[in-house]
Each structure stands twice: as C-alpha cells, then as structure tokens.
Write a protein that binds this ligand. Structure first.
Ligand SMILES: Nc1nc2c(ncn2[C@@H]2O[C@H](COP(=O)(O)OP(=O)(O)OP(=O)(O)O)[C@@H](O)[C@H]2O)c(=O)[nH]1
Ligand SMILES: [Mg+2]
Length: 259
C-alpha cells in the first residue's frame, strides 16, 4: 500500500529502442521483488503491447478515429493524437490516482518527437507530478555502436532533460545483444573523457567529426558523464541498478518494499 505520492518513470527513446518491452519486464521485476507498480500506455497508435496497461491512452484517443475525422494519413494523425494527450491529461491523472500505487511506469509513443518535442509531453508531466518524475532514456545498442552514434544518442537524452525539466537516467537497452567487449567500450565512452575523444579524433576529418567534438564539450558541460545503466529485458540484467538509481533520485536510498 502506498504511503507517499508515487514515483513516475517515463520510458523514452528512439523508435524500437525497447520502451514497451522494458515497461513490461520492469513491472515483472517489481512483482518479483514484491513492489507495487502500474503501467501506463501513452501510445495511441500501438496495436499490441507486451503488457496489459493499467491506464491506456487508447481508452480516450483512437488513431483510427483521428485519421477518419480529420482526413489524415497515419503520420499526420500521430501528431494530432499526440497533441490530444494534453486534452486527456486530467483523465489520465484521475485514472492513475485511483490505483494508489508506489511506481507509475509510463511507456511513451514510438517516435520520440511526439512526446519530447511537442508541448503535450511536457504538459502531461507537469499535470501528473513534475517533482516525482524522471526519465529512463533508452540508448539503442545498434545506434550506439559507433562513437558518433553514441554521442548523438546522448545529445537526444540531454535534449529530453531540457524539454521535460526532470532528471534523466541513461539506460543502454537490449544489453544481451552486446558482447562483453562492446559493453566495456560503451561504459568507457560514457565517462565522456579521453577514451571517446580519442575515438572521435580517429574518425575521418570532416565537419561531422568537428560537430561530434563540440557535442562532447556540450555533454561534458551539462554533466552527462554519469555512467549508463546496461539493462536487458530478456534476462533482467541491470533492473536492480535502474531501481537503485530511481531510489537515489527521490528517496535517498530508502527502500519502498510494500511488505
Ligand atoms: N534481445 C533483446 N531484444 C529486445 C529487448 N527489449 C526489446 N527487444 C526487442 O526490440 C524490439 C522493439 O522493442 P519494443 O519494446 O517494441 O520497442 P519500443 O521502443 O517500444 O518500440 P516503438 O514503441 O515501436 O518505438 C522488439 O522486437 C523487442 O522484442 C531486450 O532486452 N533484448
Ligand atoms: Mg513501444
């Protein structure tokens, strides 16, 4: 039984980075630990999900109806539907509040820009509880393989922090797909020091390499050098680490096990 306001964790990342699967597996891990959580689906266009959402934006917004009503194709309708999330923010809040849970795990729409770059995402975070919210930003391992790809992912994560004004934990998803060597390299890069600078400098001289160097300076300046948490929804690797980071963010290490 919750004794305090819940913590809201938003799973955000580029399309296919593993948001929905992590929402499902993190809740399963919570259950195994005897912790109470609910899941929220904010993607109005999704057909099937690897979990049964406790709160589902599709109860209020139907992508098919938006397409018909406004005579739009799927992409235009996604944008209108994403903006409509703001209109339903109060309903979502009432529904979430009805559960009296400790953790609210929120799966965001496939395309990152729909939630992060449009105002509706920010509005929803503000309506639900900006003081008790954080982002688990998923770095796609495929897009993180090269140093410039990794830097670009961190830049998107930083942009998310600035757009939503809440703490962000960087999570390397699908870690089971990476070799130990890959994982070690990415952990080395995440400290944003000589290792990644040297890798970038070894790339062919171009305006893109220069841009990567400047992005590194930006990331360093805004404190993005915190280590990334490697997680796998397939084997639960890193779930405990992610949970501990959430605890540190809001409860200074206090464990909220309900029993
Ligand atoms: N091997 C492995 N595959 C994973 C993992 N997590 C997700 N996947 C796979 O990655 C693909 C995309 O996962 P989703 O959870 O749908 O990703 P998403 O970010 O919700 O995708 P969209 O909402 O469509 O943008 C699926 O085929 C998943 O089975 C993981 O930890 N390990
Ligand atoms: Mg998804």
């Amino acid at each position: 039984m919750a004794t305090d306001e819940p913590i809201y964790v938003y799973f955000i990342g580029t399309a296919g980075s593993g948001k929905s699967t992590l929402t499902a597996s993190f809740q399963n891990w919570f259950k195994l630990r005897g912790l109470d959580s609910i899941t929220v689906n904010l993607d109005p266009g999704v057909d099937s999900l690897p979990y049964t959402p406790d709160v589902d934006i599709r109860d209020w917004i139907s992508l098919k109806e938006v397409m018909e009503e406004y005579d739009l194709g799927p992409n235009g309708a996604q944008i209108v539907a994403a903006d409509m999330i703001a209109l339903n923010a109060k309903d979502v809040k009432e529904s979430v509040d009805g559960f009296k849970t400790d953790y609210v795990l929120i799966d965001t729409p496939g395309q990152i820009e729909l939630f992060v770059f449009r105002e509706a995402g920010n509005f929803l975070v503000t309506q639900l509880n900006p003081r008790r919210s954080m982002v688990a930003y998923l770095l796609d391992p495929v897009l993180s393989k090269t140093a410039s790809g990794f830097v670009t992912q961190l830049l998107l994560s930083l942009t998310t922090r600035f757009r939503l004004s809440i703490p962000v934990a960087n999570v390397l998803s699908k870690s089971d797909l990476l070799s130990d060597e890959d994982l070690k390299r990415l952990q080395g890069w995440s400290s944003i020091d000589e290792e990644i600078y040297e890798t970038i400098l070894r790339e062919r001289a171009s305006v893109y390499r220069e841009l990567s160097e400047q992005i590194l300076l930006l990331l360093k300046h805004f404190g993005e050098e915190t280590s990334i948490i490697s997680v796998s929804s397939n084997n639960y690797q890193g779930m405990e680490d992610l949970y501990n980071v959430i605890q540190m963010c809001f409860r200074a290490g206090e464990d909220t096990t309900s029993d």
